[in-house]
Ligand binder design. Structure first.
Ligand SMILES: Nc1nc2c(ncn2[C@@H]2O[C@H](COP(=O)(O)OP(=O)(O)O)[C@@H](O)[C@H]2O)c(=O)[nH]1
Ligand SMILES: [Mg+2]
Length: 346
């Protein structure tokens, strides 16, 4: 047992999924740390919302951020600016309650010990299972340490009229855990998207979670003051959002795969050309940190909407990185060819 001031940490022995004994550092005497899960489907604006919240951080508060990525590589941490008194950790390689369950618990313990945070934000992958993740956070290992507050669900209101989204079991789960429904990307919405968002919120959320809130916003602009709402226990499970035509998919949803490419900074890439070429492929999710010979560019988006912006963070990576999440298989040779064709000759 180690005593640091009035903080005491002990080690607990736990079993991982394969039944192996693992030493997991459990943090005691850290208690009631305000914790939020920010969920939402691929590309709905979770990291953008996190960045917006970070810019509202009271200077004296210590925040810890845990970002989970579906792919092995993880790029979100490269997009989040350094802010004083903030520590970020990433857990790549699948959902926090499935493939990355043990790394998640270890990373969260480390974050709590190292950052000694006043507030923790957890961004699961857009293909994550927030019900199980909340179960871990409120379960035996963390119950006494974390005060899990309102869960935010980021929603692109246009997805509410897309069968591909509303019929997806993961998507429904993400909607159903939301204490705060955040309609984001509203700059891209039509009035009927807002009407539909309001109707679904009134029909499914208000009846099952009477204290639920809705926010209509863009670029993840969420007032920090709204976050202190308590986590609600649904009072009426019958009202849960469920599309009649739902296809039950397996929890780890085998249909999505993540693929990764890198290119040495010695071979700079034309980020604009690459984004255009990738848009034509209509991919489920695209992220990249691309060196164009002069600067690092963030490439971020999905389907036919991939944005590029110069990175505000200084990077010293030796490679440009590109990550694609795709539904079904992908032609790796085609992407290699695109990367070769997009070499910049600055
Ligand atoms: N037009 C528009 N783009 C947005 C908005 N919010 C986020 N984005 C962009 O959508 C892309 C995906 O956002 P990100 O926060 O990475 O999504 P995540 O996968 O949910 O974390 C990025 O290129 C963002 O800049 C918004 O309100 N409007
Ligand atoms: Mg993200």
């Amino acid at each position: 047992m180690q005593v640091e001031g009035k903080r005491v940490s002990v080690c607990a022995v736990v079993h991982d999924d394969a039944g192996r004994l693992t030493l997991l550092s459990k943090v005691m005497a850290f208690s009631n740390i305000t914790t939020h899960v920010i969920t939402g489907f691929l590309g709905t604006g979770k990291t953008t919302a996190l960045i917006s919240l970070l810019h509202q951080k009271p200077k004296h508060e210590r925040w810890a951020i845990l970002v989970n990525e579906f792919g092995q590589m993880g790029l979100d941490v490269d997009f989040i600016p350094d802010i004083e008194n903030t520590q970020i950790k990433q857990v790549p390689g699948g959902c926090l309650c499935c493939a990355a369950k043990l790394p998640f618990q270890v990373a969260l313990n480390q974050l709590i010990k190292e950052a000694r945070p006043d507030r923790i934000f957890i961004e699961p992958t857009g293909l994550g299972h927030p019900e199980n993740i909340l179960g871990i956070l409120t379960g035996e290992h963390f119950r006494s340490v974390l005060d899990v507050r309102a869960t935010l669900t980021l929603i692109d209101p246009r997805h509410l009229s897309s069968a591909k989204h509303v019929q997806h079991a993961l998507y429904q789960q993400q909607l159903n855990v939301g204490d705060i429904w955040v309609a984001n990307k509203t700059d891209l919405c039509e009035p009927e998207n807002e009407k539909q968002f309001d109707q679904i919120f009134a029909r499914h959320v208000k009846l099952s979670r009477p204290n639920a809130l809705k926010i209509w916003t863009q670029h993840g602009d969420i007032p920090l003051s709204k976050l202190n709402a308590a986590r609600d226990t649904p009072v009426n499970q019958d009202q849960r959002f469920q599309d009649q035509r739902s296809i039950e998919r397996s929890p780890e949803d085998a249909s999505f795969t993540s693929s990764f490419w890198s290119r040495s900074v010695a071979c700079p890439l034309d980020a604009h050309r690459l984004a255009l070429a990738l848009e034509a492929l209509n991919l489920a999710r695209v992220k990249g940190l691309i060196y164009d010979g002069e600067q690092w560019c963030e490439l971020n988006g999905q389907e036919n909407s991939i944005h590029i912006q110069p990175s505000s963070i200084s990077h010293n990576h030796s490679d440009s990185k590109l990550e694609i999440i795709h539904d079904g298989s992908i032609d790796r040779d085609l992407i290699e060819r695109l990367l070769n064709e997009c070499q910049s000759h600055r």
